[in-house]
Design a protein. Structure first.
Length: 256
């Protein structure tokens, strides 16, 4: 009976967080999607940027897409989408500059849904949100699914109450919600981070493998994570007292 009540409590907490996040997304998008931006490469955020040479032109779109990172994600996704029509996945990749995985997520979502990323509109190249708005909902649900695994892994380490406080905080923390309703790479990155930590703490072969998979996804999303290898090595060394353990090998198999 007590076990069932625990499950109900965590379900209520996560459900509340999802509802608040979705309402926040609806209000935010309804208010800001109607505003537009106009950008000419060579001025503003791209002034004196050598990497922006191939982006020459004038762009427009919803204010939600205005910002150097999001702009580059969409432009890179457009390059990938156009290349996919003639090349396979590996040869469709442009030069790596900001994030490998995130532009690919946008490109493949557009590819599957037949949703354009950029359309010519007069003198401007117009960035299209279109069906890609559903990526926001995907980000929200991915994040809250990761919290389920985090709760499962931490309650055995720190107890039910402390784990519940942790999950409650992460469910309603406003700055995380802010990332979840934008096209920035941080939302998926943070979800992958939670999956990674959760699977490491579960301490089973399959979960060590999955922790490696999600660590690999973190690297593809934000490459600086590559330098976290040293901390992972220290963690496995402390647990096994061996330089190369079976757990570490399984982890690296998942990573590769």
């Amino acid at each position: 009976m007590f076990f069932k009540s625990k499950k109900k409590i965590i379900l209520i907490v996560l459900s509340f967080g999802i509802v608040v996040s979705l309402l926040y997304a609806l209000i935010f998008w309804k208010h800001y999607e109607k505003y537009s931006f106009h950008l000419k490469i060579g001025t503003g955020i791209f002034e004196n940027d050598e990497n922006a040479e191939h982006l020459k032109g004038q762009y427009s779109g919803s204010k939600i897409l205005n910002g150097k990172d999001v702009f580059l994600y969409f432009i890179t996704a457009e390059e990938i989408l156009n290349s996919l029509k003639e090349k396979n996945f590996f040869f469709a990749q442009p030069e790596f500059k900001i994030s490998f995985l995130h532009p690919n997520i946008i490109a493949y979502f557009s590819y599957v849904t037949n949703d354009p990323i950029i359309q010519n509109h007069g003198n401007y190249k117009n960035l299209i949100i279109g069906k890609k708005k559903f990526l926001i909902y995907l980000q929200v649900f991915t994040y809250y699914i990761s919290l389920i695994f985090l709760f499962r892994s931490t309650q055995n380490v720190i107890g039910f109450r402390k784990s519940l406080i942790l999950i409650t905080f992460l469910s309603i923390e406003p700055t995380i919600m802010q990332w979840n309703i934008s096209f920035m790479s941080e939302s998926f990155f943070f979800s992958f981070l939670i999956f990674f930590l959760s699977f490491v703490l579960l301490e089973k072969k399959i979960f060590y493998f999955l922790s490696g998979v999600f660590f690999g996804l973190m690297i593809l999303q934000r490459f600086f994570v590559f330098y976290f290898f040293i901390f992972i090595f220290i963690y496995f060394f402390i647990k096994s007292k061996k330089i190369f353990s079976k757990q570490m090998l399984i982890f690296f198999l998942g990573l590769f």
